[in-house]
Design a protein around this ligand. Structure first.
Ligand code: NAD
Ligand code: IPM
Ligand code: MN
Length: 353
């Protein structure tokens, strides 16, 4: 693999994943041409259609291929009502998160326009935080099983797996982020009052790691209280670090504070190695195929990807263009606008060109 060319694997996936990734790719094309950036991408048709047609979810050798041939993965969403087991999403998305060890899942929650916030009188500067979600273990580890399935005595066990290595590395990553960006407030969130074994490990690890970052004001909240505080006073948070399941839930709650799932991007990182970028939202079957999906979260995710690939100015330019589109109501109906997915993509492309 040539080191100068940045290679991107594109997995649009299902439903609106395909529609929003099409717009993100048009934005990448514009930036690539304008700046002569050495980017190239290859698309993969993995998703529900292929699974239903060929029985294939994550093809054999895919993870090795990512590591060997690509610097980044741009991902849309997976999920289709015709696959109630969600098997293909578990294999492809969770399979890649676990298989490539993408242990850091940063999910920024930033208010780009005060009108998008449902809280009374909330100013833009009052909501700007990043949730660092542990991305390789916890309740998502897939350990467990069903005993006496489909009988009145059925027992279902879904283990919550927390390892010292896994907990420590995500907490350290969150503190390093705070240090690098001169952020003073970091909150670790768990449920150690009810889950003393697994989340007791989070408590003990946090107590140890925080000592190495005396300049960061470290605090702890149980997840139920954190959910309340995020609504009551979101300005108190800059960096939040938490487990896989709580990070999933809190990132949708965060999205609710800043305009919904149409505007929240995310990354799945293994620092220094191939990493995956995706909007926080899913495949939204209720609006798929209607040119209604908001492409801004996918476009912002492409910005996070360009930053990771070594083009840091791109993320700022994309975020400014997105904020401007929102200020001028060049948006889809979820944000109160009257444009379609493609028309919002057009507007951003013209603005960036
Ligand atoms: P969802 O995120 O797909 O949709 C939730 C709600 O938000 C829906 O009303 C939807 O219309 C709206 N919405 C989401 N993204 C939007 C956008 N870009 N523009 C406008 N509106 C948007 O969550 P869900 O309905 O719970 O799940 C649908 C499917 O997606 C399920 O199969 C689920 O497992 C899957 N899913 C996948 C991912 C992923 O691939 N990363 C993430 C979440 C859900
Ligand atoms: C997300 C999604 C996934 C998750 C699902 C589709 C397994 O909700 O990326 O937020 O829970 O991680
Ligand atoms: Mn989610």
């Amino acid at each position: 693999m040539s080191d100068s060319i940045k290679r991107i694997a594109v997995i649009p996936g299902d439903g609106i994943g395909r529609e929003v990734i099409a717009e993100a790719l048009r934005v990448l094309e514009v930036l690539k041409r304008r700046n002569r950036w050495p980017l190239e991408w290859v698309s993969f048709d993995w998703g529900a259609e292929k699974f239903l047609r060929e029985g294939v979810t994550l093809p054999a050798g895919a993870l090795e291929m990512f590591r060997r041939e690509f610097h980044a993965i741009l991902f849309g969403a997976l999920g289709d009502p015709r696959v109630p087991s969600n098997q293909h999403a578990v294999d492809i998305l969770l399979g890649t998160r676990f298989g490539v060890d993408l242990y850091v899942n940063p999910r920024p929650v930033k208010l780009l326009d005060a009108r998008l916030c449902p809280l009374k009188g909330c100013a833009e500067r009052e909501i700007d935080m990043v949730i660092f979600r542990e991305n390789t273990e916890g309740a998502y580890a897939g350990m467990g099983g069903n005993f006496k399935r489909d009988t009145p005595e059925e027992v279902a066990v879904q283990e919550d797996v927390n390892t010292r290595k896994g907990v420590e590395r995500i907490i350290i990553h969150a503190f390093e982020h705070a240090r690098r960006h001169n952020l003073k407030k970091l909150c670790m969130c768990d449920k150690s009052n009810a889950m003393p074994h697994g989340h007791g490990l989070w408590q003990r690890t946090f107590a140890e790691v925080r000592k190495r970052y005396p300049e960061v004001e470290a605090s702890h909240l149980y997840v139920d209280t954190l959910a309340l505080e995020m609504i009551r006073n979101p300005a108190q948070f800059q960096v939040i670090v938490t487990c896989n399941l709580f990070g999933d839930i809190l990132s949708d709650l965060g999205a609710g504070l800043v305009g919904g799932l149409g505007v929240t991007p995310s990354a799945n990182l293994h620092p220094g190695s191939v990493s995956l970028f995706e909007p926080v939202h899913g495949s939204a079957p209720n609006i798929a195929g209607k040119n209604l999906a908001n492409p801004l979260a996918a476009i912002l995710s492409a910005g996070m990807m360009l930053d990771y690939l070594g083009f840091p100015e791109a993320a700022g330019q994309i975020e400014s263009a997105v904020a401007e589109a929102i200020h001028l109501d060049k948006t889809t109906p979820d944000l109160g606008g009257s444009l379609g997915t493609r028309e919002v993509g057009d507007w951003i492309c013209t603005r960036l060109a």
